[in-house]
Design a protein around this ligand. Sequence first.
Ligand code: DOR
Ligand code: ZN
Ligand code: ZN
Length: 450
Amino acid sequence: MIESVLFKGVQLLKGQDIVTGDVWIEAGKIKAVQPQLSASAEQVIHEPNLLLMPGVIDAHVHFRDPGHAHKETLYSGSRAAASGGVTTFFDMPNTNPATTTLAAMAQKKQVAAETSLVNYNFFIGATPHNLDDLCQVENVAGIKIYVGSSTGDLLVDGHEALSQIFASANKLIAVHSEDEATIRANQQQYQGSENVSDHNRVRSPEAAILCTQRLCELALAHQQRLHICHLTTQEEAEYLTQNWAQFQSVISTEVTPQHLHFVAPDLYEKWGTFGQINPPIRDQRHQDALWQALLSGVIGMIATDHAPHQVSEKALPYGQAPSGMPGVEWVLPVMLEYMNQGRMSLAQVSHWLSAGPAQTFGILNKGHIKPGYDADLVLVDLSANREVTREQCVSKCGWSPYEGLRLRGWPVATMVNGQVVYREGDFFEDIKGKEVQLSPQQMRNQVHSN
Ligand code: DOR
Ligand code: ZN
Ligand code: ZN
């Protein structure tokens, strides 16, 4: 283990500007950030052409452990994360068995401690019957409720059960927000369809807005901290924006890079069922509204919803193919490409990928390059211009929705708690991540606005 590291003459983001500076790290923490430091260190990293950013915090991944090791594991997913500059992930409970008990949570944390190369925490899944576990479990990212069913069998959509969770929860509630009754009615209508474009008619914008309104009303009535995962519709973005003054102290939301990047129907023409995810990638008007909500601050963070399935599974006909696409490896280069195109600033990229999720979830000591913060960092080559290829995929699923796309701005090296865990294709696998600590603020239902 390396005790001290000095980044010498690297590029750093200061406000809106890029400046040259030194960063000194000791015992896994950032000790000093100065234009020039004379400290000595065990490891000196002199990279005048590279930008040092806070590591990416991906608060929404499905690493499939336990139960679907052929798709991903905590180990393989954490390698994919490290290669993408992601130093912390929050993993979802729709594993097999689902993470719905104290014992299952403890087991997951143990496997992560033994195998994950980056920092981690988990959501506990809600069922209609596990309120005690939801309340008793400590130091987790939050409670995850599938209010509409998706991959796996987690679902809570009955009024009684939902109200009870909102009335009793002592921590953040994150939701997959699609109205189950609407989806089921639509499914009847499109039964037997092998046309993947029908996915957007089955999982309709109405299903999303109906459910999101219902959940926001519950959150307000109970003053319960609510995080709406992967926002997808214009209707939801406008509803949240119109009510933001009232909502922002209790409600937060996220958008995925794939919903910002792809649009239907082009997505389905190119990718067929590989483009099928829940909630779906929709048409241009929805994407425009998501960008607007992101730029206005109503959407406070980006998360990937990394949902790996094997190529052979995704290649099945519509109706049999599972929903989901991978993302943890490419979220940083995709956003840096948008920065290069002038659609967002570097400060915004960094906020939405690091400081934003840290703020949203009350993550202690992460998301910034400041003294006292954990040394979770990514060295980025902003001038690297590379095409995404299938051969380079690190995730066990072995494919990328961004294949063929040229992106400008790639991670070169990733540091977790002061240790380099990834550098230019090499992994240093004796390095292990740690359980992320959440602040009690999150428990007190506080959201900070930007
Ligand atoms: O597309 C999706 N895939 N949406 C989800 O909600 C679950 C995820 C998965 O686990 O595959
Ligand atoms: Zn979801
Ligand atoms: Zn998800």
